[in-house]
Design a protein around this ligand. Structure first.
Ligand code: ADP
Ligand code: K
Ligand code: ZN
Length: 433
């Protein structure tokens, strides 16, 4: 059940020492290989020799998503191109997408940490595991895929889509585990029910759910309907991808693979470090990454850390479920959506007023996005044909920018509430209890 007891159950003092050693090495490495960090440290009057233990980490500069965008595509890469063997990207916004690169060693560490997660869930070499995160630039698919292989279970690279076929495969190939977003798991449950297949006939045992926030109620719902046990998996492309942290059988917080990803909690406004137990913004330093190592990367994810030892025997720090993001990003069906992306599309079309509203909901257990937009008076008409055409044009453009479909609702001029202070562009009806 514990993939690497040496690391996962390491005494705290020893872990701090290991982290300190790795941090010193990391700081030397980025100082000499990433001009961005060298300049930042020089501005702060820091040299690599000022970092002697893990406690010195608070002296180091933060890294933000904006820094990654400003250095698009490869500006923060520390390894030479000849050493980089894989590239992934985080879903882009109006600006540049975030590109991350991996060396061979990075990929093997990624598989290692993924195997730790899967073992904690109870996956063994006898399991057949379906990876139903999207394969592609997104880290979810390939990240989980190689973790399953590394553990020695059989991987079924199902990806997303074609859900009925997937359900038949689950039944026919005796698939016992599945990695996907919680939304997809619920959708899958519906399709199973529609196909008239009893969950007992499916034989699913373990679910690795993540890539978007989900609640305890959601867990119960999925478990009841699919007849499996659902475990949290957390990660982000900038740090590695899935496998940064994982739930054990206790399911009380997610264990962080802290020999590779050092966690801190800060106040997102003052940037001060916060003690264990306090809610704030999660920050990670990649202690061992070679391709694109990051110092104190601000995730914008809001959580708190638990340092007490876990009854499972692992000694690593745990993070509580993500409460939300410190910015306005929406996660719809596991895909990041920024209101500004929608805005850029709408403002790029002359037919519309710059007045819009995003209504996010959950229907039939799948996230839905409705984009309401005001048609300019001179374009508004009773001719249904022309309105339908306009609606389709906008839908298509939104789809290509957001990579998910939005339901467009054209409304009359002046029908969306104006605001006098900060505008509210999002109504999120998904109740997260
Ligand atoms: P993209 O940016 O392309 O969507 P990422 O995988 O980098 O891909 O997205 C990472 C973000 O997804 C995290 O910062 C977090 O906000 C969210 N996330 C991932 N896993 C979880 C989880 N288990 N619970 C809540 N949020 C999660
Ligand atoms: K290469
Ligand atoms: Zn535990």
């Amino acid at each position: 059940m514990i993939w690497n007891p040496n690391k996962e159950c390491m005494p705290r003092e020893q872990m701090r020492e290991l982290q300190g050693k790795r941090l010193c090495k990391l700081v030397q490495y980025v100082y000499h290989n990433v001009p961005f960090y060298r300049h930042k440290m020089q501005e702060m009057d820091l040299t690599p020799d000022d970092i002697r233990s893990i406690d010195d980490i608070t002296k180091l500069p933060f890294t933000t998503k904006q820094d990654l965008r400003d250095n698009y595509p490869y500006g923060l890469m520390a390894a030479p191109p000849s050493e980089v063997v894989r590239v992934h990207a985080s879903s882009g916004t109006t600006g540049n997408p975030t590109i991350v690169g991996y060396t061979r060693r990075d990929l093997s560490i990624w598989s290692e940490v993924m195997s730790r997660c899967l073992s904690a869930y109870g996956v063994t070499r006898d399991d057949t595991f379906s990876v139903s995160y999207g394969y592609g630039l997104f880290t979810g698919g390939l990240g989980a895929h190689y973790g399953v292989e590394n553990l020695g279970a059989t991987v079924i690279p199902a990806s997303t889509g074609n859900t009925e076929k997937h359900v038949r495969l689950i039944r026919d190939l005796h698939i016992t585990g599945i990695a996907c977003t919680p939304s997809y798991a619920l959708y899958l449950a519906e399709v199973v029910e529609k196909m008239g297949i009893r969950k007992e006939k499916l034989g699913l045992r373990i679910g690795a759910f993540g890539a978007e926030p989900w609640t305890e109620n959601m867990r119960q719902e999925i478990q009841n309907r699919l007849g499996l046990k659902g475990y949290n998996i957390y990660g982000l492309s900038e740090i590695m991808g899935p496998g940064v942290s994982y739930e054990c059988q206790e399911q009380f917080g997610s264990h962080i693979n802290e020999d590779h990803f050092y966690p801190e909690i800060i106040d997102p406004v003052t940037l001060e470090s916060l003690p264990y137990g306090t809610q704030g913004e999660l920050v990670f330093t990649t202690l061992t990454k070679e391709g694109m190592p990051l110092l104190r990367y601000r995730t914008k994810d809001l959580t708190s850390l638990i340092a007490d030892p876990c009854p499972c025997g692992r000694t690593s720090v745990r993070m509580t479920p993500i409460m939300g993001r410190s910015d306005d990003m929406l996660i719809i069906r596991g895909i990041n959506v920024f209101p500004s992306q929608v805005e850029s599309v709408i403002l790029g079309m002359k037919e519309f007023e710059p007045q819009y509203m995003l209504v996010v909901d959950r229907k039939n257990n799948l996230d839905t996005l409705e984009v309401q937009v005001e048609v300019r008076r001179d374009f508004f008409s009773d001719d249904i044909g022309s309105m339908l055409k306009l609606k389709k044009t906008l839908s298509d453009r939104l789809k290509s920018v957001l990579s998910i479909s939005a339901d467009v609702k054209l409304v009359e001029p002046n029908s969306i509430t104006r605001s006098e202070g900060k505008s509210k562009r999002v109504i999120d009806k998904r109740v997260l209890v």
